[in-house]
Ligand binder design. Structure first.
Ligand SMILES: Cc1ncc(COP(=O)(O)O)c(C=O)c1O
Length: 490
């Protein structure tokens, strides 16, 4: 919402997002201008009524923002004479905002360069990526199991527990992986984590020395790349194609300590690593004395056949660390995942985790164990797979036939998202911006590439669409809105 007419003081550049708290935004914008000197001591602020009219917001909102500034001493009120910027001590003015302060250490500098984007807030919309159909989660059942656990918890489970996780849950995860993936492991190899991200981050902390090279799929899962970079790794982007990671390019990349891969369903482009490449990758790890982190983040979602046998099940050398998550079957905020470790790494990982946080909170581990033991988990996987399939179908059937500059949608055999190429970065941005105007979320494929990629920028362009987050009717409405936004007939 730009200012329509000039004000007696310069408040240009104030933009208020109607979807966020308006008083807070206005307070912040005014405070920033007071602190950086744009609004000097003694400046009279516009009357609340005038400012409200000019910003197109209610007078109460302006008054709330002024009240906050007043309470914190940034402005002074003179009864009947308006609101004035207070004379701040020079130290307050000179103090840079925390974000601008130089990083104090190498680790902090790395964090400035490698951090996650702010998560999208609020209820999911079409076509949010990374979110399953959690509207279908059986919360009644979860609440019942949870109440049962907390009503009379066994005292043995209430003290400090095993840093590797709850024993019952680890046994059930091992049995689940044996039955569903053909991955035979001992429960002692399982480490329960707070989601896949923590599992990846632990691998980064424990397996990579600062300066060592880590091979990362490019385009790929940026949150994994950040975790390795923050641990001091030099990232080596390896191209992917329809068969996943290009193993010949990995060979050509020279020595790497570790390769991070998504073999079942390359994130985000969607390929599946062929058996030949799986074997080449394992062979590469053995010859280079390297580790493989296999992220099977959405392996439950295959729409023809059964989930694929993981690399970890083919590993005879103890080089693969398998990462799984409950976030894509239950809901991401549960923050529950696991690592299957080669036996030689189990103790070190458990020790490190104990230093980080002792262990994951017992409630969700115990309830998940009951949820699996009573058969709800398997039932829910079937339901989620069915829902994701029919939401995928709604997207494929309703997507406009001809979107200029955009390739046809691919065949989607797995996962919760699809990826479609666009012929230039400018067109990618345009399609996304027009979609955003009508409330439809599309992700830019260009955002999944490493910053130093050699790929020409226009070849990085595309759209990534999550299709599972909302029901079919909302998908249909979003597609209709897109057609209008993109001026496509039909
Ligand atoms: C490739 C990949 N790995 C891991 C994750 C994160 O999983 P979690 O929420 O369990 O940390 C995601 C989330 O979208 C993902 O896309």
């Amino acid at each position: 919402m730009p200012l329509p007419v000039p004000l007696p003081v310069d408040l240009s550049g104030i933009r208020l997002d109607p979807a966020q708290g308006l008083a807070r935004q206005l307070y912040r914008a005014l405070r920033e201008r007071i602190l950086d000197g744009r609004l000097g001591g003694g400046t009279r602020l516009p009357a609340s009524r005038d400012l409200a009219r000019l910003l197109g917001i209610s007078r109460n909102t302006v008054i709330r923002a002024f009240d906050q500034l007043y309470a914190e001493g940034y402005v002074e009120g003179r009864v009947g004479a308006g609101t004035y910027v207070a004379e701040l001590a020079a130290s307050a003015r000179a103090a840079p905002l925390p974000a601008a302060r130089p990083a104090a250490s190498v680790a902090l500098q790395r964090l400035q360069q490698h951090h996650l984007a702010e998560p999208l807030q609020g209820a999911p919309r079409a076509f949010r990526v990374g979110v399953p159909a959690f509207d279908l989660f059986p919360f009644e059942t979860w609440a019942r199991l949870s109440a049962r656990f907390w009503r009379k918890p066994s005292p043995a489970r209430l003290g400090y527990g095993d840093p590797a996780g709850d024993a019952q849950l680890r046994e059930l995860i091992a049995a689940y992986l044996r039955n569903s993936r053909g991955l035979h492991c001992d429960p002692a190899q399982i480490l329960v984590t707070c989601g896949a991200q923590q599992a990846i981050s632990l691998c980064a902390q424990l397996l990579v020395e600062p300066g060592e090279r880590v091979a990362i799929e490019n385009p790929g899962y940026r949150a994994a790349a950040h975790a390795f970079a923050v641990a001091g790794a030099q990232l080596a982007g390896i191209p992917v194609d329809g068969e996943g990671l290009d193993t010949a390019a990995l060979e050509a990349a020279g020595d790497c300590r570790l390769a991070y891969v998504t073999p079942s369903h390359q994130y985000p482009s969607g390929g599946t690593l062929s058996l030949a490449r799986r074997l080449q990758l394992l062979d590469w790890a053995e010859r280079h004395d390297a580790w493989i982190v296999e992220d099977d983040y959405d392996g439950e979602y295959r729409y023809s056949g059964t989930p694929l046998t993981p690399l970890a099940a083919l590993d005879r050398q103890g080089r693969v660390l398998y990462v799984g998550t409950f976030g894509k079957i239950a809901f991401p905020a549960l923050r529950l995942g696991y690592l299957v470790l080669p036996p030689a790494l189990v103790e070190a990982f458990a020790r490190r985790r104990a230093l980080d946080m002792r262990h994951a909170e017992i409630g969700s581990q115990a309830v998940m164990a009951e949820f699996i033991a009573a058969g709800h988990f398997q039932r829910h996987i079937r339901r989620m797979r069915g829902a994701a399939r029919s939401r995928r179908d709604a997207l494929l059937a309703g997507w406009p036939q001809q979107v200029p500059g955009c390739a046809p949608l691919p065949i989607v055999e797995a996962g919760l998202h699809l990826c479609v190429r666009v012929d230039s970065l400018a067109r990618e941005r345009q399609l996304i911006a027009l979609a955003a105007k009508v409330g439809v979320e599309l992700n830019a494929l260009s955002g999944y590439w490493l910053a130093n990629s050699s790929e020409p920028v226009d070849r990085r362009a595309g759209l990534v669409l999550g299709f599972a987050a909302v029901p079919e009717a909302q998908i249909g409405a979003a597609l209709q809105a897109l057609r209008q936004a993109w001026a496509i007939p039909g």
